[in-house]
Every structure is written in structure tokens, then in C-alpha cells.
Design a protein around this ligand. Sequence first.
Ligand SMILES: C[S@@+](CC[C@H](N)C(=O)[O-])C[C@H]1O[C@@H](n2cnc3c(N)ncnc32)[C@H](O)[C@@H]1O
Length: 288
Amino acid sequence: MSKPAFELVRDAAAALAGVAGDCAGIDAERLFLAATGWTKSRLVMDAREAPDAASAARFEAFIARRQTGEPVAYIVGTQEFWGLDFTVTPATLIPRPDTETLVETALAHLPPDAARTVLDLGTGSGCILLSLLHERPRTLGTGADISDAALAVAGHNAAHLRLAGRATLVKSDWFASVAVPEGGFDAILSNPPYIGEADVVGLMKDVRDFEPYTALTSGPDGLAAYRIIASGAPARLADDGLLAVEVGEGQARDVAGLFAAAGLTDIRIRQDLAGIDRVVAAKKARNR
Ligand SMILES: C[S@@+](CC[C@H](N)C(=O)[O-])C[C@H]1O[C@@H](n2cnc3c(N)ncnc32)[C@H](O)[C@@H]1O
């Protein structure tokens, strides 16, 4: 007979303190729920009950994996983003709350009831594209990625969220294999890799050792993808179309400069919930 649930979670939180810091309790609880299939309310109501032996063993194995630094999302296989559940694997970046700022920026540009087209470059799990399609039922979208394995996950998420009929997923080196709709895309979005190659060693262990290298790094200064995206976007945007990208801390001014050099106008920088410059957005000038 295993220990009661509350003791298992409490002991696991203590065991994770070194690797998870302030999040140890949250991680332990999330891993417990995934291992046992219990709901959060059952954990509160039945805290003195012991889970069955198989669940307890699964929980123990999950904790051992987390102790190596493996992120919770890869252990449980899902991550919530924009209120939706996304499957994630080690082939995909784990969606971050910061990226919701990019979704908000795009939604402000896409009228709720109009038929629009969007392109998400470096779609990964598909979290940006699929959140937009979920919010905008008449919008059609393309998600491009260089990784076959990431595209398979995005395809699974599209099907699971019943959005596959409006999402085209394509293997492409940025714009190279993307089919542009007549008149151009109404919005092009991207959360590209933006860490400088030499800076990878300074990342947190969870990120550096577990998340895909191609999802993280972009040339020596971290700006390589932005250069390609900024220079390629104008030819593929509709008049008045939006280009919006997520940026790393301290990159907003450089990226805004790349957008200006590409002839884009109405350049704006948006902050995330922590007040950090997180999104650079611009428009393609209307043809007169
Ligand atoms: C930072 S991740 C973002 C994933 C997802 N959009 C998100 O926000 O969680 C960057 C993505 O760009 C993809 N990528 C890297 N190089 C690429 C390239 N040359 N062409 C297209 N996609 C690329 C990676 O495979 C990865 O999925």
C-alpha cells in the first residue's frame, strides 16, 4: 500500500526543490495528477487516500525524470496555451505564456467574423496558429516548420482541436516552400529561434538540455531568422497586412530596425505581462 496522496505530493515537492525551486510544489502536483488520472478536486477531497500501486509507481518514475531536469510538459506530454491543451514532445518547444502576447497582437488585427489568411513561421506545436484559428472561425492558416517531427505534433494538435480543415501544415525553410494566397497573407506571425549560438550554454538546464536546439538558436547574434522573415514578408503580405514576431529580451529595437529597413510601416513594440518588450509588429503600406 502506498502512502496517502498528500504525503506523496509533499515528499515529491521536497525532492524537487533543488531542480524546480519555487515551482517544486506545482510540479509535484501536476505530475501526481498525470500519473494517477486524478482531478485536482479529487486530490483535495481524497488527500488521505492512497493511489493504486501502478499509479504510485508511475508517479515515482515521473519524479525521477523531473529530478534530471526534464521539463514537466515533456513528462506529461501536454502544455496549456491560450486555454487550450497542446500535445508537446521533445521535437517541439514548450509553448510559453509570453507567446500569448503575439496571439493578442494578431487577434487585434483579425476581425472576428471576416475571412482572413495567416501564416505562422516556425509553428512548432502549432500553438500560435491553432489558437488564432480557434478564435477566428473564418480564418484559414498555414503553419510552416523545418522539422518533420514538429509538424507531426502540430498536425495531431490541429486534429485534436478540430481545426485541421482550416490549417495547412508545410515543411519549409522559412518562406521557401510556403504557397502564398492570391493577394498575400493578412498576417504573418512568428516566434522564431532567437538565442545567439554562444548564449545557449547560459540557458537554464531544463531548456538547454531538453528543448530542441533548432527551436532555440538563430545564428551568432540570435537575429538570423528575423533578417530572413523581415526581408521576405513584404512580398507575401496583403496591403495593410500585419507582420508580428516575438522577440527575446533586448532584441526589440534591432528587430524594429530590420522591419524599417524592409520598408514596413507603423512599427510598434508590445510588452508581455512582465513588462518586457516581447512583440514587434508592423504593417505593409497600402498600395496607392
Ligand atoms: C522558438 S520555436 C517556436 C515554436 C512555436 N511557434 C511556439 O511559439 O511555441 C521556433 C520554431 O522554428 C522552427 N524553425 C527553426 N528553423 C527553421 C527554419 N529554417 N524554417 C522554418 N522553421 C524553423 C523550429 O523547428 C521551431 O519549431
